[in-house]
Design a protein around this ligand. Structure first.
Ligand code: FES
Length: 160
């Protein structure tokens, strides 16, 4: 999956993105996804724009936005690393692996490294349980992760 090149926040651009996505059925989710794909997160300013477009209250839109962990409050880093915290991965030592990742990146869950290169997010099963512990970087999945493998992936992402 190509590394996203997020656009800076721009209200006019957001209005275009929202109007285009609003043509789809059940538009709230598609709009939120479209806004996040464009800007790397869902800016606070976009929520009332979405509410107005869909004739919903701000609270309705905020409720959807905050319910789904995939929607971000802050711009993602250049690379998004998701590590699986579900049961099969936990059973295969994911906790220690995740601590290694957080220590190496010097960030916590949902945070982005100071150089803006990597955002670390939890995910709950990638369908790769047989190869646990698993993770995903920029949409590409990796199984059988250990500290060494994950460390190389992190180094590669930070160097790119
Ligand atoms: S539990 Fe981690 S991939 Fe399924």
């Amino acid at each position: 999956m190509p590394v996203p090149n997020y656009e800076p926040w721009d209200e006019t651009r957001a209005a275009e993105v929202i109007a285009e996505a609003a043509k789809q059925d059940g538009a709230c989710m598609p709009i939120l996804h479209a806004v996040q794909r464009t800007f790397g997160y869902v800016p606070e300013e976009a929520l009332p724009m979405i509410a107005q477009t869909l004739n919903l209250s701000r609270a309705d839109v905020y409720g959807v936005f905050s319910f789904y962990h995939d929607f971000r409050h802050e711009r993602a880093g250049r690379h998004v690393m998701k590590l699986c915290r579900a049961e099969a991965c936990q059973a295969m030592g994911a906790d220690a692996l995740h601590k290694h990742a957080r220590d190496k990146l010097q960030i916590g869950w949902g945070e982005t490294t100071a150089d803006g290169k990597v955002t670390l997010e939890p995910v709950y099963c990638l369908g790769l349980c047989a190869c646990a512990p698993s993770g995903m970087i920029d949409g590409k999945v990796y199984g059988g992760l250990d500290n060494a493998k994950l460390g190389k992936l992190i180094d590669r992402a930070r160097a790119a």
